[in-house]
Write a protein that binds this ligand. Structure first.
Ligand SMILES: NC(=O)c1ccc[n+]([C@@H]2O[C@H](COP(=O)([O-])OP(=O)(O)OC[C@H]3O[C@@H](n4cnc5c(N)ncnc54)[C@H](O)[C@@H]3O)[C@@H](O)[C@H]2O)c1
Length: 316
């Protein structure tokens, strides 16, 4: 049988490269498209083809139109929520403009391609609803980043209804694991791992009782395989083809720090800093729909995932 042809945008990044590994292990022929703005060439699997291009470019559209891909996993994005607040136009340009370029190219290719989209479960629902958040809950994003992710889902839903585009939107909670950049704003687990390695205090903003839903990157990668293999979902409303990916467990920042220290067998002090403006108090997604619709459940517990992550950072 000819191997399945899979394109992964953002495949040089933290989650995208893990998704690329999963498809290669599954026997697929993988192409990675990335502009290396935050991703690393060394993270692209050795057996994958690499296209150095921006998702906003005509080159990216040509790659998709001519690539005869069975699956396109779209993960490339401007991923920094704070940057989206500081420079919303840039966020619109990359996260809406770039995504519509990819979506339109899949449509224009005339191929039967399954498109998966890396959306967010942590930044679309806002603070008005009581977690765990169901897919059909109202969307009130607290940031331009969340708005752009949801706007892209609206485009996908439109292309599905009007042009029969075949897609699945995956709304990730807080993803953590090996390869996450400890120098960015987003990855608290990676940042705390770095503090442990350097023996520095971990900074907790506010009282540390704010909660998040932490899901291991390997589980998110497995969900991409299931979404790619799925029989297909009839077009409907914007939430019809959206699936939250999380654990449905709320973990406070303080509990996360304590669990990580236990997993690492090492302690550092916690330092409290003033609460950050605009930070959500609670965030946790329901995963019942992914369980039934994709046959997906997270397999890696927080304790195990933190242990694996810490050891990957510390090299032990
Ligand atoms: N990390 C999380 O907790 C989380 C949560 C929800 C959603 N997501 C989404 O998952 C996806 C992957 O995020 P990540 O955490 O792996 O971040 P990452 O920064 O490691 O990966 C993003 C990749 O996209 C590439 N990229 C950025 N702009 C590009 C452009 N204009 N053209 C081509 N490539 C470009 C980067 O070089 C990088 O390799 C993103 O869409 C992000 O919004 C992440």
């Amino acid at each position: 049988m000819t191997p399945r042809r899979v394109l992964i945008t953002g495949g040089a990044g933290f989650i995208g490269s893990t998704v690329a590994d999963a498809f290669i292990a599954d026997g697929a022929s993988v192409t990675v498209l990335d502009n290396l703005s935050s991703g690393k060439r060394t993270q692209v699997p050795a057996t994958a083809d690499f296209v150095h291009a921006d998702i906003r470019s005509p080159a990216a559209a040509t790659c998709i139109r001519e690539g005869r891909f069975d699956v396109v996993c779209h993960l490339a994005a401007q991923v920094d929520v704070r940057k989206s607040v500081a420079d919303p136009l840039f966020d619109v340009d990359v996260n809406i403009g770039g995504s519509v370029n990819i979506i339109h190219a899949v449509h224009a290719s005339g191929q039967k391609t399954r498109l998966t989209f890396a959306s967010t479960g942590g930044a679309v629902y806002g603070d008005f609803v009581e977690p765990p958040n169901l897919e059909e809950y109202p969307k009130d994003p607290e940031s331009p980043y969340g708005i752009a992710k949801f706007a892209t889902e609206l485009y996908l839903s439109y292309y599905a209804r009007v042009h029969a585009l075949d897609y699945v939107a995956l709304r990730f909670a807080n993803v953590y694991g090996p390869r996450q950049d400890p120098h960015g704003e987003a990855g608290v687990v990676a940042i705390f791992c770095q503090c442990l390695i350097e023996g520095k205090a971990m900074t907790v903003f506010g009282d540390g009782a704010q909660t998040r839903d932490y899901v291991f990157v390997g589980d998110v990668a497995r969900a991409h395989l299931l979404a790619a293999n799925h029989a297909g979902i009839p077009a409907g409303r914007v939430d019809t083809r959206a699936f939250n990916l999380g654990t449905q467990v709320e973990t406070s920042v303080v509990a996360l720090a304590e669990t990580l220290m236990r997993a690492a067998g090492k302690n550092v002090p916690l330092e409290h800093a003033p609460v950050r403006a605009g930070e959500q108090r609670r965030s946790c997604v329901s995963i019942e729909k992914a369980k039934i619709g994709l046959g997906w459940t997270p397999a890696v517990s927080l304790e195990e995932g933190l242990q694996r992550t810490y050891h990957s950072f510390s090299g032990r």
